[in-house]
Design a protein around this ligand. Structure first.
Ligand code: NDP
Length: 234
């Protein structure tokens, strides 16, 4: 059955692949963007997840277009890497505000409709780094680890209402985000990946598609690594 889906940051990168994958699976998919406009064939709403009024306005538009949001994919995220010694408080809070507090804003707004509809799927896009840590990523890793605690708390709060909350933890996926890394950083990462290749956005989209499905209804509070084995053991 087709569900009403919202993917934050679904205008490009991993979010866009997730949105396209869910649309192919027969769902009604809306994406947020911050001014780039909607990708072809998808319903777009403008919203910055650091602003709860924009989040609320986006949900209202999506609800009018395709009904209450039943599947939320919290994908919007940023990095601002530097070693702790040089990391300003602003660099720390800005990343946490977008990646973690943003996910809270979206989850809170979505929960109303899910509770009323007695069905829901929260899917948070975290990172292998949230589990293993990453030098130069104190802000980013903390925000991604926070998503695990958030999802598991939601699983406990809402699990009896047919609502699940799970985390996908991507490894190294080829997007603008990883294009920004140096050649040395990319090679170092590749050497650590048992699969011997970088991930594709389609690898993440496939996992999300499964978690959003009716068949995944008994999976709750899980962290699903999609990383070619990079983070094994965490
Ligand atoms: P990109 O940098 O390619 O895309 C980031 C997306 O997030 C864009 O759509 C961007 O919108 C959106 N975004 C950023 N900040 C905000 C905000 N405040 N409000 C709304 N939207 C926002 O990243 P990826 O596609 O690579 O990453 C997607 C997610 O996957 C992120 O959460 C990232 O942390 C995570 N991830 C990525 C990995 C990788 O290897 N690529 C590995 C592990 C996790 P806009 O176009 O307006 O900038």
């Amino acid at each position: 059955m087709g569900r009403s889906v919202l993917v934050t940051g679904g205008n490009r990168g991993i979010g866009l692949a997730i949105a396209r994958g869910l649309a192919e699976a027969g769902h009604q998919v809306a994406v947020t963007h911050r001014g780039s406009g909607a990708p072809e064939g998808l319903f777009g709403v403008q919203a910055d997840v650091t602003d709860s009024e924009q989040v609320d306005a986006a949900f209202k538009q999506v609800e009018e277009h395709q009904g209450p949001v039943e599947v939320v994919v919290s994908n919007a995220g940023i990095t601002d890497d530097t070693l702790l010694m040089r990391m300003s408080e602003d660099q720390f809070t800005r990343v946490v505000d977008a990646n973690l507090t943003g996910a809270y804003r979206v989850a809170k707004r979505a929960s109303r409709g899910m509770l009323r509809g007695k069905w829901g799927r929260f899917i948070f896009i975290a990172s292998v780094v949230g589990l293993s840590g990453g030098a130069g990523q104190v802000n980013y890793a903390a925000s991604k680890a926070g998503l695990v605690g958030m999802a598991r708390s939601l699983a406990r709060e809402l699990g009896s209402r047919n609502i699940t909350a799970n985390v996908v933890a991507p490894g190294f996926i080829v997007t603008d985000m990883t294009d920004a890394l140096t050649e040395d950083q990319r090679t170092a990462a590749l050497n650590q990946i048992p699969a011997g290749r970088y991930g594709e956005t389609a690898d993440i989209a496939a996992a999300v598609r499964f978690l959003a499905s009716d068949e995944a209804g008994y999976i709750n509070g899980a962290v699903l690594p999609v990383d070619g084995g990079l983070g094994m053991g965490h």
